[in-house]
Design a protein around this ligand. Structure first.
Ligand SMILES: Nc1ncnc2c1ncn2[C@@H]1O[C@H](COP(=O)(O)OP(=O)(O)O)[C@@H](O)[C@H]1O
Ligand SMILES: [Mg+2]
Length: 385
């Protein structure tokens, strides 16, 4: 990937550059900031990796670099428990792989990319698990033209991202590992336990360089997933990634991410904080089945994830940027919410209406004008098909 293509200002800027590109400056800074002991093969110390993932909480970290002493605030990226991130880092420094489990949209993939970027400087050695993933995706394949022309030899071998990670002593990422068929998952077992991959065609074996490890992710709600074998489970430490616990932190994140998405198209995010807070409140209420006031509500089948909330917030932002005035943007909220709620189960419209008739109605009787406006829009929820 050339520098020109990854620059955000370039007309050919790529859509979502990996964290090692976006945060290259932070990674370099953190390497200089903490020159303590690192696990073999790691670019950063465990403490610096954690700081990279969760940020320096506004604190300016100074480091001696080639060009003198510099200070840098490390931005918050993954919003969550420091203790969780520390456990992940400890696991990765050890002998076992790390498996991040949780509902969709809880930033498991994002966390695994950040950890990989922090530890080995690359989040790109990735295998996406699907029902069609084969053993080759974890091991190696062949360049058949070369294989036929010259027979089995190292040049004809096409390494999988996992094999490349073993050779480099880097982190391999396996997305949605439980979507792979069990026999394919088993190919991982020997990799993780022996830390060696034999290549019988070459009469050879590759040994994992120090620093090699695996981060896998799995969604708890996936339909049609394959169970993980007991053998594979034993090779991983499991960490559950939960939705963001605090309303304010979640609202801030949604605002920040939507702001970044708008910035990518060169526009500011002009959606009121109150609208964003209402949006995140509805998501949280429906996700947990209990409102902030403690009233219970029925949960829709759809995952009311933070990722979906970010997507609705950025749609509202784009709508204000191109079509409606920011005063009217709240009027779009009900239909976007309905869009998320109906994703999995058409019958769930009733649950959103019931939420409107209970929580939204009660709030509309209070002082907040926004909730009154939202309540007045109830009919939209019935009309839209
Ligand atoms: N705790 C969190 N911290 C930061 N971003 C989050 C968090 N939870 C959700 N997000 C947002 O959700 C998006 C989707 O996350 P992703 O990693 O694809 O989730 P998953 O792999 O769990 O389905 C992230 O890019 C981010 O914008
Ligand atoms: Mg994911």
């Amino acid at each position: 990937m050339s520098q020109r293509e990854t620059s955000v200002d370039s007309p050919r800027a790529i859509q979502s550059p990996p964290p090692e590109v976006v945060y290259a400056e932070e990674l370099e800074h953190l390497a200089a900031w903490d020159d303590g002991a690192r696990p073999p093969g790691w670019r950063l110390t465990p403490r610096a990796v954690v700081t990279f993932v969760i940020g320096s909480a506004g604190e300016s970290l100074s480091a001696k670099t080639a060009s003198g002493t510099r200070s840098l605030v490390i931005r918050e990226k993954f919003v969550g428990d420091r203790a969780l991130v520390e456990r992940c880092v400890v696991t990765l420094a050890g002998e076992r792989g790390l498996l991040l489990v949780g509902d969709p949209g809880t930033a498991k993939s994002m966390l695994s990319e950040l950890l990989a970027a922090g530890i080995c400087g690359s989040s790109a050695l990735t295998v996406q698990g699907t029902a069609g993933t084969s053993e080759e995706h974890f091991r190696y394949g062949w360049n058949y033209a070369l294989l036929i022309a010259r027979g089995p030899q190292p040049e004809a071998l096409v390494p999988s991202p996992v094999l490349t990670a073993m050779r480099r002593g880097a982190i391999a990422r396996i997305e949605e590992v439980t979507r792979c068929l069990p026999e394919v998952q088993d190919a991982l077992v020997s990799l993780l336990s022996d830390r060696r991959l034999s290549i019988p065609e070459l009469g050879d074996a590759d040994y994992a360089a120090r620093g090699f490890n695996v981060i896998a992710t799995a969604n708890l709600r996936d339909k049609g997933v394959s169970e993980m074998s007991a053998a594979l489970k034993r090779r991983f430490n499991f960490e559950t990634v939960a939705p963001i616990a605090d309303l304010k932190r979640e609202t801030d994140l949604v605002k920040r991410r939507a702001g970044q998405i708008l910035a990518d198209v060169g526009r500011p995010l002009e959606v009121d904080d109150a609208v964003l807070e209402a949006l995140v409140t509805v998501f949280r209420d429906l996700r947990s089945g209990r409102t902030v006031e403690g009233w219970s509500v029925e949960r829709p089948t759809s995952v009311m994830s933070t990722a979906e909330a970010v997507s609705v917030a950025s749609s509202l932002g784009l709508a204000t940027a191109y079509f409606v005035s920011d005063r009217d943007v709240a009027r779009l909220l009900p239909e976007y919410l309905l869009g998320v709620v109906l994703k999995d189960e058409p019958k769930d419209r009733g649950k959103l209406l019931a939420y409107w008739d209970s929580a939204v109605r009660r709030r509309s009787e209070g002082d907040a004008r926004l909730w009154r406006t939202l309540h007045e829009l109830r009919a939209r929820l019935e009309e839209i098909t």
